[in-house]
Design a protein around this ligand. Sequence first.
Ligand SMILES: Cc1cc2nc3c(=O)[nH]c(=O)nc-3n(C[C@H](O)[C@H](O)[C@H](O)COP(=O)(O)O)c2cc1C
Length: 398
Amino acid sequence: MAARRLSGVRNFEDARSAARRQLPQAIFDYVDGGAEDEVTLGWNTQGFRDLSFEPRGGTWIAAPDLRTTVLGLDLSMPVLTAPCGGMRLVHPDGDIGIAAAAAKAGIAHVATSASGFSLEEIARTPGPQWFQAYRFSNQEAMKTLIRRAAAAGYDGLVATIDTSVAGNREKDFRNGFSYNMRINPTNIARMAPKMITRPGWVSRFVRDGMPFQLPNTADLTVDGKPMELTEMTRVGTDSHSPSWEDIAWMRANWPGPLIVKGILGVADAERARQLGVDGIIVSNHGGRQLDGSPATISVLPRIAEAVGDDVTVLLDSGIRRGSDVVKAVALGAKAVLVGRHPAWGLAVAGEAGVGHTLEILRTEMIRTMRLLGCPSVGHLDPTWVTEKPLGRPATARH
Ligand SMILES: Cc1cc2nc3c(=O)[nH]c(=O)nc-3n(C[C@H](O)[C@H](O)[C@H](O)COP(=O)(O)O)c2cc1C
């Protein structure tokens, strides 16, 4: 069944459509949607479409070399799977399926704090992995998770700084979707009409024990009491994201690579560099947080230039094609992270689906590099990309 569903999936849009057929509307919208008017979500993809290539014709490249090393990790291509909460709602394979597919593809996974499996369970999946920390409105809770992540053997720590409060994702409000949704008769009656059209998803979800909880928060306390899941999305008490002071604490207490995610300007990049972080991720959270934040590809060149060789620069938000990865690497990213791309594969066919979408990205990258006449990702630099395409502006899609 899963193999048949994957057979028609040749690109991101195919995977998105196939995922839409599998998922209840509320889950599809949760993954697909952005904040408010989804302006940034549209800019993310438009930003890549606004860049054209300058190929070196007449060059035969038999097998371009996509391998790279990111903060000590050898990757088969310059791609990591991004930290994404709620993935066990998408498919029971969830975070473990994504991590396993990433490992089989020879790349690394970034495990989210908001995972459907505990961080220890995910860490047991073979392959390189980083752990992404939230503050959960509670500094001690964050420190506990980071100590657990160190004990579990994660290879790096990612601090996401763009989530002081959850973004205003109006589709989620309309759909009544939240992490702390309770499985009770009222909610079942409310959701049932929409679920009934997705019997495959419903049966997988029920067999998986209807896992709406976030295991990483199970043992955490707030004011001496067990931490409610509502702490995750509570607004106004304290930041959900680590502060710069927290990042200084992480630097002093985390022995391995430390990466700050959510950088969109030179000033924050400089601040991260001064605190001694090893890497930054130029990210607007896939257009899910501050609507109106810029397309990441548009701010990448000046950030990469500002930090130079001191800090490893990564990028995410809007990667839909292998050619987008090539553009990002050409403009200064060592590698990219992909969020929705593997999430759609997961929805269609669990771990196998993630593997399928990662291989789509790889195949597209290889063909792009051959058409460019570029022998390896190490040869990519800004001379391969020109600022604006000649011709009509493309239409924004996401
Ligand atoms: C469903 C979903 C959940 C996410 N959850 C998290 C999270 O828990 N922590 C985090 O740092 N980023 C999270 N993100 C953002 C991703 O890590 C990444 O920045 C974004 O997906 C990249 O954009 P793309 O989806 O266009 O590839 C999430 C993104 C999605 C789509």
